[in-house]
Unconditional design. Structure first.
Length: 439
């Protein structure tokens, strides 16, 4: 796994696992539920301790062919049947990961440590968190908002969920980060710093691996299944031919296929067409098809050949360069392109090389009275080189690799913005001075 970043689990580790020595519990009579749990535990061990999500276990169980899962779990098995079920379920989990890989983040404290070691980085982080939590723009928030600050930072900035890291509550209590006592920005930063430091130290000793269920990975596996199923392909051809097109007589078969895949591609395992990577991919693939001039046939068989070739091209390119994207980024077209020019990351990764980056600047902006802001998530990757970019009226901070969240914030907040900006600048300087004195 790539430390401090994102890793792709595509079942390779499970397929390489040695199951020649089954658990001792399989030697006697045992229920199916117990067998499944043993297989899940073994799979988790092979996947560096990842807790298997239900979204992985349920479809894997369906691959075994049991329609009534509840009845299946209560069934008792002898030694040979238990061993067979154990291995089949383990293989089903591997197959499910091959078709629908998952992304995991290894939270080992490195991302937090990078912020803590750089005074400017930490001051900027504290300022942005304080601004987000100070919804009434009073310049004050309560102590118990420290926990909300950690939630704001999230997995992208190296903070594990409480469900995965219950010690987080104890850390907050030890540092008095609870209660309704109000804090200014400088006091907030002074309280936040030791909380993050202890959290970083704890994660360094015992890293937490978290499944990123909002990250979708498309590697072309579903498309490969589709192109080998003549019945499904025939159904797709019928749907394309039944689709209504403007000026139908002017549409070539290639144009019809492209229109259909842009509109319905997610049904067949394609990422959203709005993604930059998909725009390029569509252009590349359909340019190749048009240049070969083999789309002229109007018969159904010719249409089938054309569709199959296009889908095979998509599958091949996605297998070579899987596309990762954030399911939460619902407004992909509203990305802040001009703001992040020069420091936006790609959304691709190559699982075979064990690294890559994920995510992009989103368009989930929110406004406030007298001004506005736009926040977008960055991505995970390897490395940890900081990027600072400044443009007219904008301040951007991010981490390239190391699991950073990109954040773009307009520097103006209207009438109240000027006063608050000056106050926040002074408070940030106080935070930096205080930290130097403590050293």
């Amino acid at each position: 796994m790539s430390h401090g970043g994102l890793s792709i689990l595509d079942g390779t580790l499970l397929r390489e696992a040695d199951l020649s020595a089954p658990p001792r519990q399989l030697e006697g009579v045992i229920t199916c539920a117990e067998v499944l749990q043993l297989a899940e535990n073994r799979a988790s061990l092979s996947l560096h301790g990842v807790v298997l999500p239900e979204s992985l276990k349920s479809p894997a169980l369906l691959r075994l062919g049991f329609s009534d899962a509840a009845a299946f779990r209560t069934k008792e098995l002898n030694c040979s049947d238990a061993l067979l079920t154990y291995r089949n379920y383990f293989s089903a989990i591997a197959d499910e990961l091959r078709d629908d890989p998952i992304a995991v983040a290894n939270l080992d404290g490195r991302t937090l440590q990078m912020f803590l070691e750089d005074e400017d980085d930490f001051a900027m982080l504290a300022e942005n968190l304080f601004t987000d939590l100070d919804t009434e723009d009073r310049g004050k928030i309560s102590k118990d908002e420290i926990q909300s600050a950690l939630v704001h930072m999230g997995i992208e900035l190296g903070i594990p969920p409480v469900s995965e890291f219950p010690q987080l509550s104890d850390i907050l209590k030890r540092h008095g980060a609870e209660g309704k006592e109000e804090l200014g920005q400088a006091q907030f930063a002074e309280l936040l710093q030791p909380v993050l430091q202890e959290l970083a130290d704890s994660l360094a000793k015992k890293p937490v691996v978290v499944v990123l269920q909002h990250i979708k990975i498309v590697n072309g596996s579903k498309l490969r299944k589709l192109v080998t199923d003549e019945r499904q392909l025939d159904d797709v051809v019928k749907k394309i031919m039944q689709e209504k097109y403007e000026s139908k007589s002017e549409w070539s078969n290639t144009m019809k296929v492209r229109h259909f895949l842009v509109k319905h591609g997610d049904d067949f395992g394609l990422p959203p067409p709005e993604l930059d990577e998909m725009v390029v991919l569509f252009d590349d693939i359909f340019s190749e098809v048009e240049s070969q001039n083999d789309a002229a046939e109007s018969e159904k068989d010719g249409f089938m050949v054309l569709l199959k070739k296009i889908l095979e091209n998509f599958a091949e390119k996605l297998e070579a360069n899987p596309i990762l994207y954030d399911l939460h980024a619902s407004q992909l077209k509203e990305r802040v392109r001009s703001v992040v020019s020069g420091c936006r990351w790609g959304g691709r990764a190559n699982p075979g090389r064990g690294g890559g980056q994920a995510g992009r600047w989103g368009g989930n902006g929110h406004g406030r009275e007298g001004g506005g802001s736009c926040v977008g998530k960055g991505g995970f990757g390897r490395g940890g080189r900081r990027i600072w970019a400044r443009g007219r009226g904008w301040r951007i901070w991010a981490l390239e690799g190391g699991g950073g969240r990109g954040r773009a914030r307009h520097s103006s907040r209207g009438v109240r913005g000027g006063r608050r900006r000056q106050q926040r600048h002074e408070e940030r300087e106080m935070v930096a001075v205080g930290r130097r004195q403590r050293r």
